[in-house]
Design a protein around this ligand. Sequence first.
Ligand SMILES: [Zn+2]
Length: 172
Amino acid sequence: MSSEQGANVAAEQKYQGAHPHLVTKIIASYVSHHNLAPEQIPELINSVHKTFDNLGKPSEPQGMLTPAVPIRRSVQRDVVVCLDCGWKGKMLRRHLMTRHGFTAEQYLRRWSLMSDHPLTAPSYSEQRSTLAKELGLGRGSRSRGARRPAAAAAPARRRGRPRGSGRAARNA
Ligand SMILES: [Zn+2]
């Protein structure tokens, strides 16, 4: 019995979830109703733990994500598809933020995608870059033109000071 208790304790310690008492209850009840070989008990504990783990996490645990579409089909010429929910559109970035609260980087990491994985439909980004060139929107980075030295804005004014002038003395 002592070796089994050891196994139980090990399983309990590994488990970080919230229902150890419930798990124990279920196992106790199961064992009392079934004829279980002692070596089957750790297995039972494990499977009960797993079940609880899955119940506790409505959002899939990391590494076990199932994409809404196969990753290689998530980028098509005219649309990109959200791997989380199957949303289709020309641009994924805004969808990710508003719908899922992911930044593009989080999304890429979440799905183990390459950093150059397109989040904009290829045809659309082509269109945009052509359009941008046509409209002359290819401005450099924002930081370049936008900043002006603040000092230039406020020219220092000199006030005539009555420094030992006769007029100031008369007025006083
Ligand atoms: Zn989505």
